[in-house]
Design a binder for this molecule. Structure first.
Ligand code: S3P
Length: 449
């Protein structure tokens, strides 16, 4: 995995207008879930458009080690022969999730419902991330931690429950990973497993469970929340999953097209699930021209082609309750904010501190080394946009990526539109979520190398 590879520096510089039509790789959240649910189903699952990034490939390998047959049949085309709910085998070696919190945490939930013991590990970034939020509910369901590192960090050896118990669980932080881990463990429990979240988070697990034959009910709970009820011990059947393009990856060419004057770009088949489109909402409030050209739906997920044209942006206030719908997009939004006229205030960003890096600090540093004024006030980030009439952000900085793909891509987007080039110390982690990023951007006319 990239953690052992040599550093891969890269720089981006001001370019001619970006133009053309591209399809960014498949959605990471849906790709992980398709492999995991395929492994827990009986019969064959076929997946098309799977993201073949390092994070998802690590989940594919984990499913193999747990007994499923996972086969690549062509580019993005995969099949999974599952072992059935509760049917995982004891893995003969450590499950190594590399850089991927989603893969690790969802599989912890799935393993909690099988009577097997598995060792979970990852790279230096993943070893720093909190696992207590997953262990708390799955221990209540009957799993046990055989061994862990101080502070419940990886590596963790987990023993799944022989007779898992259903629970009603209120998530302490808005996290689709926590919600999904509880639901995946709940598949093996009798009766009803209930998750209550005070802020709705991405609902791909709920939707995909229904697609594979589970009985899942979702009702509103409070002003922004949801109550999700899963009927345990379903017979999941194999299913066909078509993975749309990842809106969190589309965010990078999208913001680049807004910032590089004269650009006009179409992004094909981007997932537009409303729990993922907070960035588009915010950028439109800032004055961005983003048009949904052809709307459609597949497997319960909405998607559209997005036409994006260069736009003059203005600063806005982003409310904290929008964070779950754009949690991965703040670094690139902060870059857009640096080019906007006036101040952008992003509130309620606490969860950014526990992503692949401390993304709140890494994003602020990214902007500061490129001459932009940023303040972090508690959990809020305030960016002073330069905008029309005050010149462009100077750029010229070397950004530390901190093993974080989204920091690296955000820095390169900034370089495409600032006065001077922007460099990143290590672009290797981009391959975790967006293989072909540099080629895709170059195809639109970007100067990255
Ligand atoms: C994800 C949930 C989010 C997000 C991550 C993918 C998922 O994490 O940041 O990139 O697929 O469930 P949290 O659940 O920690 O918010």
């Amino acid at each position: 995995m990239s953690s052992t590879a040599a550093l891969m520096p890269l720089a981006a510089r001001g370019a001619r207008p970006l133009a053309g039509r591209v399809r960014v790789p498949g959605d990471k959240s849906i790709s992980h879930r398709a492999l995991i649910l395929g492994a827990l189903a009986v019969g064959r699952t076929t997946v098309t458009g799977l993201l073949e990034g390092e994070d998802v490939l690590a989940t594919a390998q984990a499913m193999r080690l747990l007994g499923a047959t996972v086969t690549r049949t062509g580019p993005g085309a995969w099949t999974v022969e599952g072992v059935g709910v509760g049917g995982f085998a004891a893995p003969p070696e450590t499950l190594d999730f590399g850089n991927s919190g989603t893969g690790c945490r969802l599989v912890m939930g799935a393993v909690a419902g099988s009577p097997v013991t598995a060792m979970f590990d990852g790279d230096a970034s993943l070893r720093r991330r909190p696992m207590r939020r997953i262990l708390d509910p799955i221990l209540k369901m009957g799993a046990t931690v055989v061994q862990s590192t101080e502070g419940d960090r990886l590596p963790v050896m987990l023993a799944g429950a022989r007779d898992p118990l259903p629970i009603e669980y209120t998530t302490p932080v808005p996290s689709a990973q926590v919600k999904s881990a509880v639901l995946l463990a709940g598949l093996s429990a009798p009766g009803h497993t209930v998750v209550i979240e005070s802020e709705a988070t991405r609902d791909h697990t709920e939707k995909m469970l229904a697609h594979f034959g589970a009985d899942v009910t979702v009702v509103p709970d409070g002003p922004h929340g949801r109550r999700i009820t899963l009927v345990g011990q379903p017979e999941l059947h194999g299913a066909d999953v078509v993975v749309p393009a990842d809106p969190s990856s589309a965010a990078f060419p999208l913001v680049a097209a807004l910032l590089v004057p004269g650009s006009d770009v179409i992004l094909d088949n981007v997932m537009t699930n409303p729990l993922r489109t907070g960035l588009i909402t915010t950028l439109r409030e800032m004055g961005a021209s983003i048009e949904e050209v052809a709307r459609r739906e597949d497997g319960g997920e909405a998607m559209a082609d997005l036409r994006v044209r260069a736009s003059d942006l203005v600063g806005v206030e982003v409310p904290p309750d929008r964070a779950p719908a754009m949690i991965d997009e703040y670094p690139v939004l902060a870059v857009a904010a640096a080019f906007a006229t006036g101040r952008t205030v992003m509130r309620g960003l606490k969860e950014l501190r526990v992503k692949e890096s401390d993304r709140l600090a890494a994003t602020a540093d990214l902007l500061r080394v490129n001459g932009v004024t940023v303040t972090i006030d508690g959990d809020d980030m305030i960016v002073e946009g330069l905008g029309a009439g005050r010149g462009l952000p100077p750029g010229g900085g070397l950004v530390a990526s901190h093993m974080d793909h989204r920091i690296a891509m955000s820095a390169l987007v900034m370089g495409l539109a600032s006065e001077k080039p922007v460099s990143v110390d290590d672009a290797a982690f981009i391959a975790t979520s967006f293989p072909g990023f540099v080629e895709t951007m170059r195809g639109l006319g970007a100067d990255i190398g």
